[in-house]
Design a protein around this ligand. Structure first.
Ligand SMILES: NC(=O)c1ccc[n+]([C@@H]2O[C@H](COP(=O)([O-])OP(=O)(O)OC[C@H]3O[C@@H](n4cnc5c(N)ncnc54)[C@H](O)[C@@H]3O)[C@@H](O)[C@H]2O)c1
Length: 340
């Protein structure tokens, strides 16, 4: 299958492109390169050719000849999306819907979109299924829902979109992100031997290993069309819903000598648990393999191997909002996040 992966130089994009290449797909990446200053380690992953372009500058000609597009290229977490909500709607909502429209016109028949469990927003303890009410709390999550609605409306016999609502990712990727909760806690545990939660740590979050997300995307691309077209899948495992303070203890256990302290409520209203039964029942070949405890141990092994320093852990290139702020402050990006 000839596949275009947008955001191929990001946290998920790098291991995903490598996995698709290993499965003998013909892969091309596309990325504007916001985070190219950061590459944490080399593991001999295969990297596809990559077009350096903003998705807002794509034309139908760029999309011709592809059987599928996997769309990852967005402002991809809450703090980043808060930097400029107007731009978040321009890139994440309108940019994505426009890309999907162009895919349809260019004859790309499969479109896999990386949505997010953050669309559920809040909950009172029940496990959210794909049928549950949504309550997005931030522009990032609002955009994810708007994209699902508008791209679903484009579906027809020639254009089959699939929506993967990913849990919060963790785990190693050369294009590491230390702004993801488990990765951040592991980095703190390694560099300071202390996890000091500024909040009370009571909110729930579903977690998923980055390679399980890559496997879900791969299965969605390779599944018979009838199994995935117009479908929404929560991506993760139902047992992998944790309170943040529980997660802090799990991470501390993987880093001997690490202490955990808990603060008071910080008013963060985002808390939800997610059921991932549908994806295991309905997406052929998919099984989430990893859990948070083994992910924390895997990160400790990596940090030992590369000798992760505090300076590298705190480097802007591994924390998205710091990197974008740096590119703006140094005038490398203009106010619309285009390169100058
Ligand atoms: N990582 C998670 O926990 C998680 C969870 C749920 C959903 N997702 C979604 O998965 C996708 C990928 O996430 P990630 O963690 O790999 O993000 P990332 O920020 O690491 O990577 C995104 C990549 O897209 C590129 N990009 C951003 N805007 C672009 C634009 N306008 N044009 C071209 N390239 C652009 C960036 O340079 C970057 O390399 C995102 O849509 C994100 O919302 C991620």
């Amino acid at each position: 299958m000839r596949i275009l992966v947008t955001g191929a130089q990001g946290y998920i994009g790098v291991p995903l492109a490598s996995m698709l290449l290993q499965r003998r797909h013909d892969v091309v990446g596309l990325d504007t390169g916001f985070y190219c200053d950061g590459w944490l380690y080399d593991d001999g992953l295969s990297v596809p050719p990559c077009i350096k372009k903003d998705i807002r500058h794509l034309t139908e000609i760029d999309l011709e000849g592809f059987d599928a597009v996997v769309h990852l290229a967005e402002l991809s977490n809450d703090p980043l999306a808060q930097l400029d909500p107007r731009l978040t709607f321009e890139i994440n909502h309108r940019g994505t819907v426009n890309l999907a429209r162009m895919c349809k016109t260019a004859g790309v028949s499969r479109f896999v979109y990386t949505s997010s469990c953050s669309v559920y927003g809040t909950g009172s303890g029940e496990y959210k299924t794909e049928e549950s009410n949504t309550a997005p709390q931030t522009p990032y999550a609002q955009c994810k829902l708007l994209v699902e609605r508008d791209v679903l409306a484009l579906a027809d016999e020639a254009f089959a979109p699939t929506f993967l609502r990913n849990a919060t990712a963790y785990g190693p990727s050369p294009r590491m992100r230390f702004d993801l909760v488990l990765n951040n806690l592991a980095g703190l545990a390694w560099t300071t031997r202390e996890i000091r939660l500024t909040s009370d740590g009571t909110p729930y979050r579903p977690l998923v290993h980055v390679l399980d997300i890559c496997a879900a995307v791969t299965c969605a691309l390779e599944a018979p069309r009838a199994a995935v077209e117009r479908q929404i899948f929560n991506v993760g495992h139902s047992r992998e819903n944790y309170q943040i303070r529980e997660l802090a203890e799990i991470v501390a256990d993987a880093f001997p000598g690490c202490k955990v302290t808990v603060g008071s409520s910080d008013g963060d209203t985002r808390s939800y648990r997610v059921s991932c039964e549908k994806i295991h029942a309905a997406l052929p070949g998919f099984r989430a393999q990893q859990d948070a405890a083994s992910g924390a141990r895997e990160l400790r092994t990596l940090f030992e191997r590369i000798g992760l320093s505090r300076e590298t852990f705190e480097h802007r290139a591994f924390t998205r909002v710091k990197q974008l702020q740096h590119l703006l402050r140094t005038d490398q990006l203009d106010e619309n996040f285009f390169w100058r």
